[in-house]
Design a protein around this ligand. Structure first.
Ligand code: ATP
Ligand code: MG
Length: 667
């Protein structure tokens, strides 16, 4: 089937892919009737539904008697008189079961070296490290910053904090000293766990030195110790009395291989994670232990339909929420074998992901649209890194997270990676939701490219207007979740007022969770499609246009466009004007004349796909787009560029600052 003939418009997606019989057979949620039955149970008897799941899926040291406490809404509390330990739920509970000697982690380093560790050995390593933390004076309730590369040790650090009841806050290894300092201060952290260096794409990049710089910026007096994992043989500068290597702290507790997990209340903060900051000052999203872990475990089972012999690979860094829920906690709580990868997808070549799937016989692969799009571009320009060069037959389920996946990228993923037999779960969620909230189920949901389909059972997602009134299918509005759910954000650390204002606006009654994303439900199936963040809706001559829709239209011009981002800028005539940033497959135009010609072609294309009103007024070409290290397009920055403003925001998380200049010129 030709791709183009199948697309009437990117706005009306007609292709539907029912679950393959093999995926439906034996699935934990098999068929739509099973899904609907769970939804009905959650709606009719929410208390019984959630308490049943919490009892079945978690090991409690003290059983809870209350399910949901709404008395201080929107500060909801779940299972709050129960006690448990997250690390015990990820490790100890598997002892004496077939999982004990199963491989927990297959670690592939930047240079391709592979290390594996069983659940039994992981428990011992976590226990030792937890004892080392205690020996350093770190206690239940203390905050600990983790600034580590993707390694088994990174996961051990998180699990060890959880084991002693310390609240971790992982800071992504690409963040600057300033970002680190702000987070240390905001969290009031007592320790930093870091590494001397990290390895990325064959290069050694400092971590410890950045910690030193961050602390030296001032205000970090709360930090009593800095623990350093020696990832490489290179030297690092030691500040006496404060800094110790892992080897030193571990030899100090030599022989103490067991550590009784500290029971904590279900509402005890398991971690604080600062959101990536695509839209403003980072918020310290606080998650609770019980509800969060329940959802991490349950979504492994539901969304990924995890089975005992699966090999699960989520490519996200532990510095992001995806690396928390689907690397550090979910897979372990569910007893999965998982792959952890240290490097970058393009090193030593852009076929690395496909090669790793073959090498480790990965059966569930979970990555981000930005990675998929860049690997499509690479595969189309170099046969040698095309996925067809590797055996991907072990794959069973594919996943996508982080951004809407354009239908074009979805189709490529479906054909070239899934070989048309693997369901793609396009999982919509946020740091704040703790785990998936709207997603297809591989053994049940008929898929529509570009749509995250339907809410998970128990998630009361809806689309409303500014006053909180429900909108009919087909009408675009704001995505909300009307009822609390266990893994929801508990508060913004240190800023309960901002928590209420950001997520539970008074105009909507103060108890409904506002996601901050725009969405629309399809007329036929009621499927959700995310249209972009609320701030990304443009008003051109009175017409409301989702930037995401224009982006999808541009990317659907497959002979020309690799990637596109659309923002608005003020315009005297139309109120707002559409400004498109485009990465071409063939590279940047070499002359102004060529640029103008392509710009005209793209404008006409958008006019045809969506309507003349959506035609970009400016088109700018870059060899890349400005992205955060988590791969998200920095729209705030693009808005400034579109307006011609001087750039004042922090660009330290930019992967490639050089492109800002290219994007200055509009055609
Ligand atoms: P900040 O809130 O600081 O701006 P962020 O929102 O980028 O940062 P995350 O919590 O990591 O930080 O990302 C959640 C957002 O990512 C969602 O609100 C949504 O905009 C987008 N997103 C994630 N998954 C999907 C998906 N499957 N489809 C569409 N959008 C998605
Ligand atoms: Mg956000």
């Amino acid at each position: 089937m030709s791709q183009a003939s199948n697309i009437e418009s990117v706005l009306v997606e007609n292709r539907v892919f029912p679950p393959p019989a093999a995926a439906e057979r034996g699935a934990r949620i098999s068929g739509m009737a099973a899904y609907e039955a769970l939804c009905a149970e959650a709606e009719k008897t929410p208390d019984a539904f959630w308490s049943r799941l919490a009892r079945e899926n978690l090991a409690w040291t003290k059983p809870f008697t209350r399910t949901l406490d709404e008395s201080n809404a929107p500060f909801y509390r779940w299972f709050d008189d129960g006690e448990l330990n997250a690390s015990a739920n990820c490790l100890d509970r598997h002892m004496g079961t077939p999982v004990e000697h199963k491989t927990a982690i297959v670690f592939e380093a930047d240079d391709g070296a592979v290390t594996t560790i069983s659940y039994r050995d992981l428990l011992t390593r976590v226990s030792r490290f937890a004892n080392a933390l205690k020996a350093e004076g770190i206690q239940k309730g203390d905050r600990v910053i983790i600034y580590m590369p993707m390694t088994i040790e990174g996961v051990i650090a998180m699990q060890a904090c959880a084991r002693i009841g310390a609240t971790h806050s992982v800071v992504f290894g690409g963040f600057s000293a300033k970002a680190l300092q702000e987070r240390i201060i905001d969290a009031g952290a007592v320790a930093v766990i870091t590494a001397n260096y990290q390895l990325r794409g064959g290069k050694e990049l400092p971590l410890k030195a950045i910690v030193d710089d961050g602390i030296a910026m001032g205000g970090c007096e709360s930090i009593k110790s800095v623990l350093v994992y020696e990832r490489t043989l290179s030297d690092w500068k030691r500040i006496e009395g404060r800094d110790k290597s892992f080897t030193e702290v571990l030899s100090a507790i030599e022989g103490q291989d067991e550590c009784v997990p500290e029971p904590v209340g279900a509402e005890h903060p398991l971690f604080i994670l600062y959101t990536s900051g695509s839209t403003g000052k980072p918020k310290g999203v606080q998650h609770a232990t019980g509800g969060y872990l329940l959802w991490a475990k349950l979504t492994m089972d539901w969304t990924f339909d995890l089975r005992p012999d699966d090999v699960f690979w989520c490519t996200a860094d532990i510095g992001w929420i995806t690396g928390h829920t689907y690397v550090a906690y979910g897979p372990l709580a569910a007893g999965a074998t998982q792959v952890i990868f240290e490097g970058v997808p393009t090193f030593p070549h852009a076929g690395r992901f496909w090669q790793m799937i073959e090498r480790h016989k990965v059966s569930i692969f979970y990555t981000a649209p930005t990675a998929i799009r860049s690997l499509i571009k690479a595969a189309e320009s170099d046969e040698k890194v095309h996925p067809k060069n590797w055996d991907l037959s072990s794959l069973r389920i594919l996943g996508s997270v982080g951004e809407p996946i354009n239908p074009e990228a979805w189709m490529w993923y479906h054909r070239n990676i899934g070989h048309e037999k693997c369901p793609i779960v396009d999982t919509f969620w946020q740091t704040e939701t703790g785990g998936h909230v709207i997603t297809p189920l591989p053994g049940a949901t008929p898929l529509v490219p570009g749509s995250c389909t339907l809410p998970l059972p128990g998630i009361a997602a809806a689309i409303v207007d500014e006053t909180g009134k429900d909108l009919p299918n087909g009408a675009g509005g704001m995505l909300v979740i009307k009822r609390p759910w266990p893994s929801m954000i508990r508060t913004i650390w240190n800023d309960p007022e901002r928590f209420k204002k950001s997520y539970f606006p008074e105009e909507m009654g103060g108890t409904i969770y506002l996601a901050g994303d725009g969405a629309v439900r399809s007329e036929d199936r009621g499927y959700f499609r995310i249209t972009g963040r609320i701030d990304d809706v443009l008003n051109v001559s009175g017409h409301r246009l989702g930037t995401m829709e224009i982006e999808s239209a541009l990317v659907a011009k497959t002979d020309l466009v690799a990637e596109a981002a659309v923002v608005g800028r003020p315009d005297d005539v139309t109120g707002e004007a559409v400004c498109a940033f485009v990465v071409l497959k063939r590279g940047r135009p070499t002359s102004d004349e060529e640029a103008k010609k392509i710009a005209t072609e793209l404008r006409n294309w958008v006019a045809k796909e969506i309507g003349p009103i959506a035609k970009p007024k400016d088109i700018r070409f870059g060899e890349n787009l400005p992205k955060t290290r988590s791969g998200k397009i920095m729209r705030r920055l693009l808005r400034s560029i579109a307006k011609g403003e001087a750039i004042t925001q922090d660009t330290s998380t930019l992967e490639n600052p050089a492109i800002l200049e290219q994007l200055g010129q509009a055609f």
